[in-house]
Design a protein around this ligand. Structure first.
Ligand code: SF4
Length: 366
């Protein structure tokens, strides 16, 4: 491997644990140095070789001549009144993505992005309105976890580390439209040599990319699966989620029923409730019928209205009536309020613009 390209230092975050081992061996270092470096980066949050005090000075110098540790640049961090944090990152080519950190009863959940923008164009989603820019690479996905875990303020000054307990891949983008890079990133998150997280604490959320659901099941990664169903019929779903024309509900339900779920685990069905579109009692009955036979729990998410959106938020009574109807059909259904609404960090509100700008100045067409 040519590990130094011209004068550019390589970014160690781009490499998996085995590739890192080849790099240190290529430098004439003992192979176990790779495990030490991984521990410093992924457990201790080190962003420089000087912090790696159990590695000899000579080896640290060799490393710093050819390599660096370069996570995505944190441009901005906004904190909501409910404690939710939104992070805006700049990638090496200037693309912007966002992640959202949600503290909740002893858990610290990070919602991460898998693409800059999104091609799927769900009608209720600001990310989709801007189209797709590009797929994120594995280290650009996991880098969001490193930076949020380091708790660095936007200035880049090192802060006190904090433990991310749960990850949801529900930020910008459709993860299963970037499955190769996303699966590699998930592998690094659960690798004992790297982030060492339990797959049970990681959830991938999809809009219903049927071949991707099958591939995820076959990958053996063992992470949780959430699916944005959002409609009880093809008629409604075609209108709000164009992907339904490619993978209609029948194909989606088959893929979900075929999905290899471990015992006692369930698929999460996400259902964004839009006033007058999918929030009526007959929709609840239809949804119950659609999901029959699927091991699932249902999250009802009342829509967060934002300027320019054609959709409204259902009133509380409709939301509770919908939930009751599902309960009466023996489903587990929760009402989930989005967090960070005041900083545009709620579901469907991420778009990779300067967060401060979005608070004061809506872009054209929004
Ligand atoms: S809801 Fe998800 S899949 Fe749909 S446009 Fe937004 S980011 Fe893409």
């Amino acid at each position: 491997m040519d590990i130094k390209e011209k004068d550019n230092k390589i970014n160690l975050l781009e490499f998996g644990a085995d590739e890192l081992k080849s790099i240190v061996e290529g430098l004439g270092m003992k192979p176990y140095r790779a495990a030490q470096i991984c521990r410093w980066i992924y457990s201790e949050g080190a962003d420089s070789f000087s912090a790696m005090t159990d590695i000899s000075k000579a080896d640290r110098e060799k490393l710093s001549e050819i390599a660096e540790i370069r996570p995505p640049e944190l441009l901005e961090r906004l904190v909501s009144h409910d404690g939710t944090e939104k992070h805006l990152f700049s990638l090496h080519d200037g693309e912007k993505v966002e992640s959202v950190l949600i503290p909740d009863e002893g858990r610290l959940t990070l919602c991460i992005s898998s693409q800059a923008g999104c091609a799927l164009g769900c009608r209720f989603c600001l990310t989709g309105a801007g189209g797709i820019r590009r797929n994120l690479l594995p280290h650009e996905i996991t880098g969001q976890v490193l930076v949020a875990g380091a708790g660095r303020p936007a200035s880049g000054t090192a802060g006190k580390g904090r433990k991310i307990t749960n990850i949801v891949m529900m930020g910008m983008g459709e993860p299963l439209m970037n499955a190769g890079n996303v699966f590699e990133a998930l592998g690094r998150l659960i690798s004992p040599k790297m982030f060492n997280m339990s797959p049970r604490r990681i959830t991938l959320s999809t809009a219903g990319v049927v071949p991707g659901i099958k591939a995820l099941g076959e990958s053996g990664l063992g992470v949780n699966l959430a699916v944005s169903v959002n409609a009880p019929s093809d008629e409604v779903r075609d209108y709000i989620m164009p992907i339904n024309k490619k993978y209609p509900l029948k194909a989606l339900m088959k893929a979900l029923k075929d999905y290899p779920l471990a015992p006692r685990r369930r698929i999460t069905v996400e259902y964004v409730m839009l006033r007058g579109i999918n929030d009526r009692p007959e929709h609840a009955a239809q949804l119950g019928k659609l999901l029959r036979g699927l091991r699932c729990k249902i999250n009802l998410i009342p829509f967060n209205e934002h300027g320019g959106s054609e959709f409204g938020r259902p009133d509380e009574a409709s939301v509770h009536a919908f939930q009751e109807r599902l309960h009466s059909m023996n489903y587990t259904a929760f009402i989930r309020e989005s967090r960070g609404v005041d900083i545009l960090a709620a579901c469907g509100q991420l778009r990779g613009f300067s967060a401060r700008k979005t608070l004061t100045e809506a872009p054209p067409g929004v």
